[in-house]
Ligand binder design. Structure first.
Ligand code: NDP
Length: 304
């Protein structure tokens, strides 16, 4: 077909799902992975396994990276970038020159910014991304991906990137995609830990997990109803409005105490509830205990 070729480097569960979506849409897909056998199923589905990272990058204008972290990219592409042209002979023009790298691996915003500068130093354009769904959901309904980096380059490749998930472009600063990724995962991981901690609290008392977990999930889904929409909370946080007429940090802090004490009595891990209690203590110590629980935002903005 006349669809543009694309290269995928990194064939963990995510990279394999991405390559599969691109193949299904009819793109010629070249893949490379440190452990070559992870490419077997993709090759059976029509992908081309490149013999080297240099050959993989040379095969397409666009290379998608799906690796554990950004260090893996330097491990794979560092030697390629420094050494030679596509011929393998050092000729002053590295294989990254003129290429577009889209790194969908997780790391810090600073790692993304550093990598964008590194890529630019080798003549490549760097787009950063964070995939917000697990591998089985890649390319399906509800999949979305945060992107940041050069807008014009992103726009050119947006139709292809859409095959991975709905693209959400955040801005030119290469750190933005990972900033949003980490912020969402902050909510996600904390909620997951709280679910498991709370289940341990209940089962320590001899209550089956099945008696508790469905209700716990309901509690998670009632948070939006309590908060209202995010735009309203954002407005109040930015305005510094924390009226304590319905509930206060003092009251919520007392509840946080009760969770710590119940956990201690149950003999289970207390670190998560102690961290939550510390957030309330900080606001109360700052003299803001009679304001709404959202006042935690004010004291959380300051470092430890
Ligand atoms: P995996 O850890 O399963 O795969 C990592 C890939 O990186 C493999 O191809 C691995 O190669 C390669 N790799 C790691 N270190 C090196 C290295 N030093 N040199 C060469 N290759 C290396 O990750 P996933 O596919 O699960 O995830 C990829 C990225 O997507 C991660 O950043 C993850 O945080 C993110 N993500 C994952 C989600 C998930 O549900 N799994 C959801 C959303 C984002 P090899 O096969 O040889 O080990």
């Amino acid at each position: 077909g006349d669809l543009s070729p694309v290269t995928v480097i990194g064939l963990g569960p995510m990279g394999r799902a991405m390559a599969t979506s691109l193949l299904r849409a009819g793109h010629p897909v070249t893949v490379w992975n440190r452990t070559a056998r992870r490419a077997d199923d993709l090759v059976a589905d029509g992908a081309t396994l490149a013999p080297t990272p240099a050959a993989a990058v040379a095969a397409s204008e666009l290379t998608i990276l799906s690796l554990t972290d950004y260090q893996a990219m330097y491990d794979i592409l560092g030697p390629v970038a420094e050494s030679s042209g596509p011929s393998g002979v050092p000729d002053g023009s590295g294989v990254l020159d003129g290429r577009v790298l889209v790194n969908l691996s997780s790391d810090t915003p600073d790692a993304s910014r550093h990598a964008a500068a590194w890529a630019a130093g080798h003549g490549a354009t760097f787009v950063t991304g964070g995939v917000m769904v697990p591998a089985p959901a890649v390319g399906g309904p509800g999949a979305y991906v945060f992107y940041s980096g050069p807008h014009a380059v992103f726009d050119v490749h947006e139709p292809m990137l859409r095959l991975i998930g709905e693209p959400r472009y955040l801005g030119e600063d290469p750190g933005l995609a990972q900033l949003f990724y980490q912020a969402h995962l902050d909510v996600f991981l904390t909620a997951l830990s709280s679910l498991l901690h709370a289940t341990a609290l209940v089962t320590a008392a001899g209550v089956p997990a099945a008696d508790f977990l469905p209700g716990a999930l309901t509690t998670l889904t009632t948070i939006p109803a309590m908060i209202g929409d995010g735009a309203d909370l954002a407005r109040r946080l930015e305005a510094g409005e924390h009226p304590g007429d319905l509930s206060t940090a003092q009251m919520m802090g007392a509840t946080a105490d009760h969770i710590v004490w119940t956990s201690e009595k149950a003999g289970i891990d207390t670190r998560l509830p102690k961290a939550v209690r510390a957030h309330y203590d900080k606001a109360i110590t700052a003299g803001r205990g009679t304001e709404n629980w959202t006042v935690l935002y004010e004291t959380l903005k300051a470092g430890d």
